[in-house]
Design a protein around this ligand. Structure first.
Ligand code: FMN
Length: 173
């Protein structure tokens, strides 16, 4: 497996100047957790970036039914990989098939690359390497309107929110 140094440069958080609403909501990204021996990835389009406890953070939402959930639970780190344009097919595949039944890396053509604490892909343009610092589960509290609860949670499998401290940002050279 290639090392990130062959493909990416590191940039500091204050040099990152993209529109996160576009990056997360329109371009989508891959959440990958695990080690080079055993990892899984899935597509996500919900997330948040900002500052918490004076640290730069990324917040992700993973339903406990996802295979990826087993990896985010068992590992201290995860990566957020924003792919280069033209990779929507990969994102659709990784967002519709489960790693329980499918070798998504083989089927998608993703080429894994090792980062300092995780895995990303040659197809990535920007990668956030995160260390879990907090989690909580969404709850059907009174200000979550019934329509959202009914639409998204007919099985009451509320997303787990992970807050990850951004340790590194890798950008394609
Ligand atoms: C555009 C898009 C966005 C998605 N966003 C999320 C998300 O934020 N959280 C989540 O739990 N699942 C999300 N999913 C669903 C998972 O990617 C999907 O269930 C995937 O097959 C899970 O794979 P796994 O079982 O290998 O983990 C999204 C799917 C798509 C297509």
């Amino acid at each position: 497996m290639k090392n990130w140094k062959e493909k990416f440069n590191k940039i500091s958080v204050d040099k990152f100047d993209e529109n996160v609403f576009n990056l997360i909501g329109n371009e989508w990204f891959l959440i990958t957790a695990g080690t080079s021996d055993s990892f899984n990835t899935m597509t996500a389009s919900w997330g948040a970036m900002g500052i918490l406890w004076n640290k730069p953070i990324v917040q992700i939402f993973v339903r406990p039914t996802r295979y990826t959930f087993e990896f985010t639970e068992q590992n201290d780190f995860y990566t957020i990989s924003c792919l280069e344009k033209g990779n929507k097919k990969i994102l659709s595949l990784c967002g519709s098939k489960s790693g329980r039944e499918t070798d998504k890396i083989k089927e998608s053509g993703l080429i894994p690359v090792e980062t300092e604490n995780g895995i990303t892909y040659e197809q990535a343009r920007i990668v956030f390497e995160c260390k879990k610092i907090y989690y909580d589960d969404l709850k059907p509290v009174f200000f979550l309107p019934d329509e959202i609860d009914d639409e998204h949670y007919p099985n009451k499998d509320y997303h787990r929110i992970y807050i990850g401290e951004i340790l590194n940002i890798y950008m394609k050279m």
